[in-house]
Write a protein that binds this ligand. Structure first.
Ligand code: HEC
Ligand code: HEC
Length: 274
């Protein structure tokens, strides 16, 4: 379906008559749609952000040696093995990373103690504080990006799947409402761009379906690995809407909805995006 959108966007550009810049984009769109690598990145009517990227960006993601995200994977692995804090422990003192395959599909998860949803960075910091007596990391720090990417990498190739029933249900409803709510000076919802207009251009970007299976992601524009909540902030600011804090309840509930929306696509952390 989304490939069809790309072709439709292409057709629309032909209809309206196009500038030199758009012509370049049309050629790109055709090439993107025909890339045989797409098959692994599409599930039913869902296409990963990968499908909307340029050939160059895909090449970078596909080669673990060229993929700049692996610099953060190394940071994460280093942090996993490093003894820190009063208890004199490292993550590896208690855990075997090989057993973390699939763990990423558990988050965001309902936490009975706080009566809220927690996502993976919340849990990592709780582990550091409670089990290691170590200081928490900043949400967007290289260590946290590295650790979340290292953990998500264990699930690479597995389909995204998250629990949204039971105690999670009311939080899921809030996340869904957030996605559909129009906001900001431009009065746009997430859905206005990513459901209604995927495949079309927004300034110099091709709009993707906003799937979350590649996060944290190495983004060229950021020149570093960035969290999903950073992406939410960017998308809120683009439409002149007040952003929320990383790790806030609003963004954690939104993350839960987005995970469900991406279910079936395969984990591809660390992804590379434009
Ligand atoms: C002193 C031992 C200990 C240390 C150190 C420790 N953990 Fe844990 N961790 C546990 C135990 C026990 C559990 C709960 C049982 C389980 O799920 O394995 C747990 C649970 C977890 C979970 C939830 C797993 C799931 O399946 O939902 C994550 C994620 C996690 N730890 C990550 C880490 C990370 C990252 C570090 C290092 C920053 C760390 N832990 C350090 C003992 C430890
Ligand atoms: C004005 C249009 C617009 C709106 C509204 C918007 N975004 Fe985006 N978003 C973009 C653009 C442009 C990009 C970069 C290209 C792409 O992947 O779509 C992007 C990228 C993303 C990505 C990255 C996808 C990937 O594969 O890495 C996610 C996730 C995302 N947006 C989520 C959201 C959420 C959640 C909202 C609502 C809070 C939202 N967006 C609102 C334009 C928008």
């Amino acid at each position: 379906m989304k490939i069809r959108n790309l072709i439709l966007a292409f057709a629309a550009l032909v209809l309206v008559g196009c500038t030199a810049e758009n012509k370049g984009e049309m050629g790109q769109a055709e090439k993107r749609a025909a890339d045989p690598r797409n098959a692994a990145k599409i599930a039913g009517d869902k296409s990963s952000g990968y499908v909307y990227m340029t050939a160059q960006t895909r090449d970078m993601q596909d080669d673990d040696f060229a993929n700049p995200g692996f610099v953060w994977i190394d940071t994460g692995e280093g942090a996993w093995n490093k003894v820190e804090g009063k208890a004199g422990k490292a993550c590896m003192s208690c855990h075997d990373i090989a057993k973390f395959k699939g763990v990423s599909n558990k988050y965001p998860k309902y936490d009975a103690a706080s009566k809220k949803m927690v996502s993976l960075p919340h849990v990592i910091n709780a582990e550091r504080e409670k089990r290691m007596g170590a200081k928490p990391w900043k949400w967007e720090s290289d260590e946290m990006m590295g650790m979340t990417a290292y953990i998500n990498l264990q699930s690479r190739g597995m389909p995204v799947n998250v629990k949204i029933d039971g105690a999670a249900a009311p939080f899921f409803a809030k996340g869904k409402a957030f996605f559909e709510q129009k906001r900001g000076l431009m009065d746009l919802a997430c859905a206005s761009c990513h459901d209604a207009n995927a495949g079309n251009m927004a300034r110099s970007n091709v709009l993707s379906e906003a799937h979350v299976n590649g996060f944290p992601t190495y983004r060229m524009k950021w020149q570093k690995m960035g969290s999903l909540h950073r992406r939410f902030i960017g998308c809120n600011k683009n439409i002149r809407a007040e952003p929320y804090k990383r790790g806030s309840e609003e963004y954690t509930n939104l993350e839960l909805y987005m995970m469900w929306r991406s279910a079936g696509l395969k984990w591809e952390t660390p992804s590379v995006r434009n």
